[in-house]
Design a protein around this ligand. Structure first.
Ligand SMILES: CC(C)(COP(=O)(O)OP(=O)(O)OC[C@H]1O[C@@H](n2cnc3c(N)ncnc32)[C@H](O)[C@@H]1OP(=O)(O)O)[C@@H](O)C(=O)NCCC(=O)NCCS
Length: 206
């Protein structure tokens, strides 16, 4: 991720409104590819209501160009601790693709799965989803296509000191970047309020 106005973060339940806004912006085609079925607004809202933030992990990429950061990428790592399996779903806003955002979120999700002791990570895709096929290949996932859908699989390997410290470092970088962006946002808000006040003062004197 090279653009300085884009920053990644782990998502919490408090980010649900931004997650909802991102998913509702997806086109019908993107929704079919993301959820492997046509997904109306109601289907998306029901999906969001079912999310489990204690068990699963969610990663996002924010754009901080305006007054409020906007979530432009979202990845869900759904964990089945009993079976040692996890399933990934990913989406990126249409205007932000081919900048490595999905790749970066997926690497992060796979690293987390590894550190949780997950044996296999899977990602379902529709066979004509060439973007996803390329992306999964790049991540070293094994692809197989069955009747109507495809599945990409990866064994993340065993956790070790290196994988644990890489995740710790990524979490730390997230929180540092988030603080910097929050601070920059507050400075921007303060300077816009100040310039409004100054304009008001000038108008009253005229
Ligand atoms: C699939 C999707 C998540 C990819 O997001 P992205 O941020 O554009 O992906 P990245 O930029 O990380 O792409 C990484 C690599 O994947 C491949 N790739 C991505 N989009 C591609 C495209 N349109 N054509 C060919 N290859 C593509 C490339 O190898 C790319 O690397 P490169 O840009 O250096 O060539 C995005 O297209 C999307 O949201 N689609 C709708 C939802 C969906 O299909 N979800 C997947 C099922 S869960």
């Amino acid at each position: 991720m090279t653009r300085s106005d884009l920053f990644p973060s782990v998502l919490q339940a408090s980010h649900l409104p931004a997650m909802q806004a991102h998913l509702l912006r997806l086109s019908d085609t993107d929704r079919v590819q993301r959820f492997a079925q046509p997904a109306s607004d109601e289907v998306i809202l029901a999906y969001l209501r079912r999310l489990n933030f204690q068990r699963d992990a969610h990663y996002g990429v924010w754009e901080n160009a305006g007054l409020l950061p906007q979530l432009v990428g979202l990845t869900h790592l759904a964990v089945d601790p009993k079976l040692g399996l996890a399933e990934i779903g990913v989406s990126v806003d249409a205007g932000y693709r081919r900048q490595g955002l999905a790749g970066q979120m997926l690497e992060r999700a796979i690293l987390h799965a590894r550190n949780l002791g997950i044996v296999e990570v899977v990602m379902y895709f529709l066979p004509y989803n060439t973007e996803l096929v390329e992306l999964a290949r790049r991540l070293g996932m094994r692809l197989s296509v069955g009747h109507g859908d495809g599945i990409a699989r990866l064994q993340p390997g065993e956790a070790n000191l290196d994988s644990l410290s890489r995740e710790w470092l990524a979490d730390w970088q997230d929180s540092t970047q988030r603080s910097l962006h929050n601070w920059a946002g507050e400075v921007r808000n303060a300077s816009s309020s100040l310039s409004q006040l100054l304009h008001k003062g000038t108008d009253q004197r005229d």
